[in-house]
Each structure stands twice: as C-alpha cells, then as structure tokens.
Design a protein around this ligand. Structure first.
Ligand SMILES: NC(=O)c1ccc[n+]([C@@H]2O[C@H](COP(=O)([O-])OP(=O)(O)OC[C@H]3O[C@@H](n4cnc5c(N)ncnc54)[C@H](O)[C@@H]3O)[C@@H](O)[C@H]2O)c1
Length: 320
C-alpha cells in the first residue's frame, strides 16, 4: 500500500513512517520542516518538503491513505499565538481533506490528543468523557475531530482519530527533538546530560501518591503499532475515536527516580509552584483501542521507555 505521512520529519510521524516501511508499505513524507528535521525522515521514505495546505500538488489516486501528524503542538505557544494554531492545525486539515476528496483517497488516521478533554471529571478517561480543552492547541485538535466526523458522515471518509496521552521513548535513531522541549522525560534527560541544572517540579501538593502530577506515558513504538492497526480498522462513513495510553500513571517523582536509575545521574530537583491548568492526574482508558484495533501495548515499563529515550539522547549528543 502507499501512504502519505504529513509531519513525517517530526518525532511521532517519523517513527510511524519507519513502522510502515518495515511492514512493506510505500511512504511519502510531506513536511515543511517548521519543527521537524530532515534527519527524522526514515531511510526508504520519499521526502517532499512542502506544506499540508498544498497537499493537492502531490496527492493523487495512487495513495491508499493519509496519516496526518503535521501540526503545531506547543500548548504554551498556542496560548500566546492562537491564530497560528487555528490557521495551521484547522486550516491545514481543511485543505488536506479537500485534496483527499479530489484525489479519491478515502482513509485517514489523525493525531488527536488527550488535551481535548481538559480537566478530567473521571479517571481513567474514556472517549465518552466530556471534551473541554483548556488551551487553543487542544481546541484546534477537537475542532479537527469534529470536522472529521462531518466528513465521514457526508462523504464516506474512513477516519480514525487517535488521542495520544504522553508519547515517550525512541525508535533507535528516531526520538524527540522538540525545540523548545516541553515534555518531561527528555527534559529530565537533559539534566542528566548536564544541559540543565535541575528538573523543575511544578506542584508537590496534588492529591496523588507523592504530591506530584501523574501522567500516562506510552512508548512511541506501541503508539506506532496502533496507527498501522487503525489503517486496517477504518470503515467508510465512520469516524472512530480511540485513546492511546497505557492506563497506568506515573508521577513526576517516579519518572525522575526511574531516570536516576537508568542514567546513574543524581538529577537534582527544584520545587516550583503549581502551573495553571495542570490537572493532578491524566490517565487513559485504552479499552476501545484494544477492542476496535486489537491493540496490545507491550512496552509499558517506565524504565524501558526511559532507557530508549536515554540511548537516543546520548546518540544525539555524541553524534554517533
Ligand atoms: N508528542 C506527543 O506527546 C503528542 C501528544 C499528543 C498529540 N500529539 C500530536 O502528534 C503529532 C506529532 O507530534 P510530534 O510530537 O511528532 O510533533 P513534531 O513537531 O515533532 O512533528 C510535527 C511535524 O509536522 C510538521 N508540520 C507542522 N505544520 C506543517 C504544515 N503545515 N505542513 C507540513 N508539515 C508541517 C513539522 O515540521 C514537524 O515535522 C502532532 O499533531 C501533535 O499534536 C503529540
């Protein structure tokens, strides 16, 4: 099969592209390198430097489906520059859907996010939980989910929205290169590398096991496998929404402790106050992904996730 991977020079898209290639598919990556890197595109993929907004230039009937990762995804930036997020995430997807319809490409897997739920009312979070994003990033992802529901109903698109929780780990030489980095595990590893002095712990008085926030970390290879399953599970006319997480939460302190064990570095902590809009616990129910996709995550061990991220971080630093 032949697939277009938008955002395939980024962290998640690059790893999914590698999994598609390993499964014997043909892959074309479309990426404008705004936050991605040419080195993130796996060997064997065709690379087109361009914008999703112009997808019609490259998309034709030879493609069997699209995996859509391309987006702006920094929560903080979305608060100070919301137009950028609506224009790129929602505007870009409108153009992509038009191009897909014109080319007769009718299968789409979309990167949605746990941020669509906002402050959860119950835990673990199911797909039926209320959606109330607390920032423009989450709002744009929810808008695309709603747009896809309409496109499936009106035009028979087969679409799956995968709502990722905290993606982590690495796939060999492919890992997180966000700049600025906002995710906990790579930041903790930057402390271990001596690139930061300490890890800031935002809030130590939450009603959790040790007072710090609890999040659901999912290995990027487990996440990638769900995308390949989603391509097979997509049904014309249906918009399927699945959470992707382990269903297991780890506190900030548990992550730091595990990173100390993996790296052998003391990783000092600096206690800071709570951040606005940080829920105490964000943990997924992934029952639907298991039932509908037949997904079975097999890399849920926190130390293993951190070890893969550490190997990648060390490789990046030494240029090996
Ligand atoms: N990493 C996570 O923990 C996480 C969690 C939830 C959801 N997501 C979603 O998953 C997707 C991938 O995230 P990531 O962490 O790999 O981010 P990333 O920034 O590494 O990758 C995004 C890629 O999209 C490209 N891009 C952005 N706008 C584009 C455009 N208009 N045209 C072409 N290319 C464009 C960027 O250059 C980049 O390579 C995003 O949609 C993100 O919102 C990620």
């Amino acid at each position: 099969m032949r697939y277009l991977v938008t955002g395939g020079a980024g962290y998640v898209g690059g790893v999914v592209a590698a999994h598609l290639l390993a499964a014997g598919h043909r892959v074309t990556v479309l990426d404008d390198l705004s936050t991605g890197f040419r080195a993130g595109v796996p060997d064997g993929a065709e690379f087109v430097e361009g914008r999703v907004q112009d997808a019609a230039k490259w998309l034709d009937g030879s493609f069997d489906g699209v995996l859509h990762f391309a987006a702006c995804s920094q929560v903080g930036e979305s608060v100070v520059d919301p137009e950028k997020y609506w224009r790129n995430n929602v505007g870009g997807t409108i153009e992509l859907l038009s191009a897909m319809r014109a080319a007769g490409v009718r299968t789409l897997v979309f990167s949605s996010t746990a941020a669509v739920y906002g402050e959860p009312t119950t835990t673990p979070i199911t797909e039926d939980a209320p959606t109330a994003p607390t920032n423009p990033y989450g709002a744009t992802k929810l808008a695309v989910d709603q747009m896809l529901a309409g496109e499936c109903a009106a035009h028979g698109l087969a679409a799956v929205s995968l709502r990722y929780f905290n993606v982590a780990g690495a796939h060999g030489a492919q890992g997180e290169r966000h700049d600025p980095e906002s995710h906990l595990i790579p930041i903790v590893l930057q402390v271990a590398q001596g690139r930061r002095e300490a890890i800031s712990v935002y809030g130590t008085d939450y009603p959790t096991v040790d007072g710090t926030c609890v999040r659901d970390y999912i290995h990027v290879d487990d996440l990638a496998e769900a995308h390949l399953l989603a391509l097979g599970a997509a049904i014309p006319g249906e918009h399927l929404v699945c959470n992707l997480g382990n269903g297991n939460g780890f506190s900030v302190r548990e992550v730091v402790e595990a990173a100390r064990a993996v790296t052998g570095h003391p990783i000092p902590e600096a206690e800071a106050g709570r951040r606005a809009g940080d829920p105490a616990v964000l943990v997924a129910s992934a029952d639907r992904a298991r039932e509908r996709l037949g997904w079975r995550p097999s890399r849920s061990d926190l130390a293993g996730i951190i070890a893969d991220a550490w190997a990648f971080a060390q490789r990046e630093e030494t240029g090996a």
